[in-house]
Design a protein around this ligand. Sequence first.
Ligand SMILES: C[S@@+](CC[C@H](N)C(=O)[O-])C[C@H]1O[C@@H](n2cnc3c(N)ncnc32)[C@H](O)[C@@H]1O
Length: 274
Amino acid sequence: MTAHQEALELPGAHLEVGRMPGHWLLARVGKRVLRPGGLELTRKMLEGLAISSRDHVVELAPGLGATARLVLARGPASYVGIERDDAAVRATARVLRAGGASCRQGVASETGLDAGAATVVLGEAMLTMQTVDQKRAIAREAHRVLRPGGRYGIHELALVPDDLSERERTEIRQALSDAIHVGTRPLTVSEWRQLLESEGFAVISSTTAPMHLLEPGRLLADEGVVGTLRIIANIVRTPAARRRVRAMRSVFRRYASKICAVVLVARRRSDGDG
Ligand SMILES: C[S@@+](CC[C@H](N)C(=O)[O-])C[C@H]1O[C@@H](n2cnc3c(N)ncnc32)[C@H](O)[C@@H]1O
């Protein structure tokens, strides 16, 4: 497939630049890593999950398949992606060349997978956009799909500090949602931890990083020199995209001291555990 055909196949390709969700806008200008802590935090999550050839991995919302590629490099026994967007399903399927790997269209709260089908479940930049009830339903589904002792990794946006006032939380959520054009509902690091613990997980590690998704250093680290130059060229020649990216970056900068990326790695408790 040529780069042009691939662009036409991207999620949200039919949407207007001024209104489309921020992650698909970034995908349209060439960005492939769409999570708040970038590849660095993804790698830390994968280290914590310690995926080996014995593992059956389920990725919730793989997007364009950037993490799927890293998971496959670890040679798991199987990999299944569950992704809501059909164009993203196809994008992930394109990076899955290994036998036993597939990506299906579906929702993370109801994957259709058998109970105990997985030893590792992971999901990045997909819980933040859900309501509290949806977040819980997804964590519950991860618990159902995992065998006892299985690992669950999440990589999401967090609010800091833990005692941020209600007024500030509302202001930040509103500003992020307005800029990204997707409901954005980050929790504090403690709340993310509590969410997983209340759904039957024991959190074994927690790592944070600055929310630098659109900062030059992170772009280079995530997309490489050629990828970054392509993104910049695409932004420069599309005024509507330029305005959207500037608006997103300005909100990320305005709240830089109050938002961060967080990775939690948790272990599924056995049903009888307290
Ligand atoms: C911000 S993108 C992140 C994509 C990828 N995980 C990454 O970090 O690069 C959010 C992704 O979540 C998917 N998504 C959102 N809600 C979902 C749900 N309930 N079930 C499955 N996929 C979902 C979207 O289609 C999109 O691919």
